[in-house]
Design a protein around this ligand. Structure first.
Ligand code: ADP
Ligand code: MG
Length: 232
C-alpha cells in the first residue's frame, strides 16, 4: 500500500446543492497532506464523505480497502481517527471520561497521548467544559490518537485559538504525524507550511491544485491557494 487514502471522482449533494463535484485525492502513507481552500469549498464535506457520514458517489479506498457503501463504524475500524471541526468534546464529562469513551481498541495508547499532551495527564479529573479552547482541542486530538490508528483526519485544529496556542498545537501535530498519516484541513498558513509535505487545494467542490507544500513559500501562490488574508 503506497496510499493511505485514494478518493476518485467523489460527488456529494446536500440539500439539492452539488457540494463536491468530482473530487480526486491521493494521500501517501506517512507525513501530512494538507487540504486547503476558502470557507465553504467542501473541505469538511470531503472528510465527512470519506468517513461515510454523508452519502457520496465515487470510489474511496481507505488504507488499501475499497470502502464504498461501508458504514462509518466499519470505516473507522479499518484504522481512521477523526478530529472534527468543532472539537465536540463532552463538556460535562472529565478529560479521562472523554478519552475512555473514545477507546476502540483493547490496548489504548495512553502513553502516546500523554507524551504528546502532558497537560492532559494533570487534568484527567477536570470537566472538559471548563478547559480552554486549546485544551479542548488537545482532548479532541487525543481521542483520535488513543487508538493508534494509522490514518487521522484533522479538521481545522487551529481555528479560534490564540497565536501562542496555535504554535503549541503545531508542535503537538508534528509529533502526531510521526505516529500516523495525517490529512489536515487547515487555513493557518504558518501551520500548513510547518507541517505539510503535500497540498491539495479545493475550490467550489473541485480539486484545483495538487502539489508540494514548498510551493506555499511563494506568497502569491499561497494567497491564491488559501484565498485568505494575513499571508506574508
Ligand atoms: N448539512 C449541510 N446542509 C446544507 N449545506 C451544507 C451542509 N454541509 C455543508 N453544506 C454546504 O456545503 C458547502 C461546503 O461546506 P463545507 O464542506 O463545510 O466547507 P468547508 O469545510 O470547506 O468550509 C457549503 O456551501 C455549505 O454551506
Ligand atoms: Mg470546514
Amino acid at each position: 500500500m503506497t496510499n493511505a487514502l485514494e478518493v476518485s471522482d467523489l460527488h456529494v449533494t446536500i440539500a439539492g446543492s452539488h457540494v463536491l463535484q468530482g473530487v480526486s485525492i491521493e494521500v501517501p502513507v506517512g507525513g501530512v497532506t494538507a487540504l486547503l481552500g476558502r470557507n465553504g469549498v467542501g473541505k469538511t464535506t470531503t472528510l465527512r464523505a470519506l468517513l461515510g457520514l454523508v452519502a457520496s458517489t465515487g470510489a474511496i479506498s481507505v488504507l488499501g480497502t475499497d470502502v464504498r457503501g461501508w458504514s462509518t463504524h466499519r470505516i473507522v475500524r479499518l484504522g481512521v481517527g477523526y478530529v472534527p471541526e468543532d472539537r465536540d468534546v463532552f463538556a460535562g464529562l472529565t478529560v479521562a471520561e472523554n478519552l475512555r469513551l473514545a477507546e476502540q481498541v483493547d490496548e489504548p495508547r495512553y502513553d502516546d497521548v500523554y507524551a504528546i499532551f502532558p497537560e492532559l495527564r494533570e487534568r484527567t479529573r477536570q470537566r472538559a467544559g471548563t478547559l480552554s479552547g486549546g485544551q479542548q482541542q488537545m482532548v479532541s486530538i487525543a481521542r483520535a490518537l488513543l487508538n493508534g490508528w494509522p490514518l487521522l483526519l484533522v479538521d481545522e485544529p487551529s481555528k479560534g485559538l490564540a497565536p501562542r496556542l496555535v504554535s503549541e498545537l503545531a508542535d503537538a501535530l508534528e509529533r502526531v504525524a510521526t505516529l500516523a498519516t495525517v490529512l489536515l484541513v487547515e487555513q493557518n498558513l504558518a501551520v500548513v507550511r510547518r507541517l505539510a509535505q503535500r497540498i491539495v487545494v479545493l475550490d467550489h467542490g473541485e480539486v484545483v491544485h495538487t502539489g508540494d507544500a514548498r510551493e506555499l513559500h511563494d506568497p502569491d501562490l499561497a494567497k491564491r491557494f488559501l484565498g485568505v488574508t494575513g499571508v506574508r
